[in-house]
Ligand binder design. Structure first.
Ligand code: CP
Ligand code: NVA
Length: 310
């Protein structure tokens, strides 16, 4: 089946088909190899990307900016506070204005509605670079990393231990689309959005993936091929940090917990990590940790995505 993504926006992995995800991963592999072989690939020569940031970033900012440069294009870093958005200009007007200058918009925002509004009012493709609801670019890089390390996606089991947050939501959509079992272990009041879980279960029925949510980390990690965690307090939740550290303590990924996993398990984390909280140094720095491969793969998968949609 031929996949055409030109002109499309990405708010969530739910809105990509399995074939589209596979095509992005194949293109990522090709671009990564070309970069390694020092072959130039100016697929976006003369194109521009506006990058709006309402929140800080290391990986997303650098990987989009470097990626755009490697594709022959140009990326503009726009802090939301420096834009007129910070003085009350609407998202609708901002989207329409930026659309007259650039060929694509990437945005990292608090409210997911901001992404949906950007998509609605923009004439150019919009990429979600993280909202409070989803982090689809992270999900793509994660699937690519797992494929590189394990040689397949379907039939594996991923255990996500911790907060049922934006990253958890993207993994729910991503894994269920590609046939990977996913079990999330979250404290009762921090489970993922039930709507996301039920959509992931529907996707799982088509792909053969089992989707499960529990509050027992041991159960989740049992026989897992991948153990994934993320911070206990996401950006914007800093005030809840102290309370969350207490609630999440039994959910730390440490040497004791990983004993339940398969011997050749991979440890994954989207980063930034709060070492000593959701994960110990021992696990994060172990041979089975692929956290920096994930970070690197943000570059390759986002280049593929941009080359296909812009
Ligand atoms: N994983 C991720 O999105 O990292 P940054 O917050 O550094 O962009
Ligand atoms: N859940 C984290 C992910 C950071 C990349 C956050 O939203 O802060």
């Amino acid at each position: 089946m031929t996949v055409h993504l030109k002109g499309r926006s990405l708010d969530s992995l739910l809105h990509l088909t399995t074939e589209e995800i596979e095509q992005i991963l194949k293109t990522s592999k090709r671009l990564k190899l070309q970069l390694f072989q020092r072959k130039k690939h100016p697929l976006l020569k003369g194109k521009t990307l506006a990058m709006i940031f309402e929140k800080p970033s290391t990986r997303t900012r650098v990987s989009f900016e470097v990626g755009m440069w490697q594709l022959g294009g140009y990326a503009l870093y726009l802090s939301a506070m420096d834009l007129q958005l910070g003085r009350g200009e609407t998202i609708a007007d901002t989207a329409q204005t930026l659309s007259r200058y650039v060929n694509g918009i990437m945005a990292r925002v608090f409210s997911h509605q901001t992404i949906l509004d950007l998509i609605r009012y923009s004439r150019v493709p919009v990429i979600n670079g993280l909202s409070d609801f989803t982090h689809p670019c992270q999900g793509l890089a994660d699937l690519f990393t797992i494929y590189e390390k394990k040689g397949r996606l379907s039939g594996l089991k991923l255990a996500y231990v911790g907060d049922g947050n934006n990253v958890a939501h993207s993994l729910l959509y991503g894994c269920s689309k590609v046939g990977m079992d996913i079990t999330l272990a979250c404290p009762d009041d921090y489970a993922p959005d039930p709507g996301v879980v039920s959509k992931a279960k529907e996707e799982g029925k088509k792909s053969g993936a089992k989707v499960k949510v529990t509050n027992d980390p041991q159960e989740a990690v049992k026989q897992a091929d991948i153990i994934y965690t993320d911070v206990w307090a996401s950006m914007g939740q800093e005030k809840e940090h102290e309370k969350r550290v207490k609630v999440f303590k039994p959910y730390q990924v440490n040497e004791r917990l990983i004993r339940e996993a398969k011997k050749d398990y991979l440890f994954m984390h989207c980063l930034p990590a709060h070492r000593g909280e959701e994960v110990t140094d021992e696990v994060a720095d172990s041979k089975q940790s692929v956290i920096f491969d994930q970070a690197e793969n943000r570059l390759h998968t986002q280049k593929a995505l941009m080359a296909m949609i812009i």
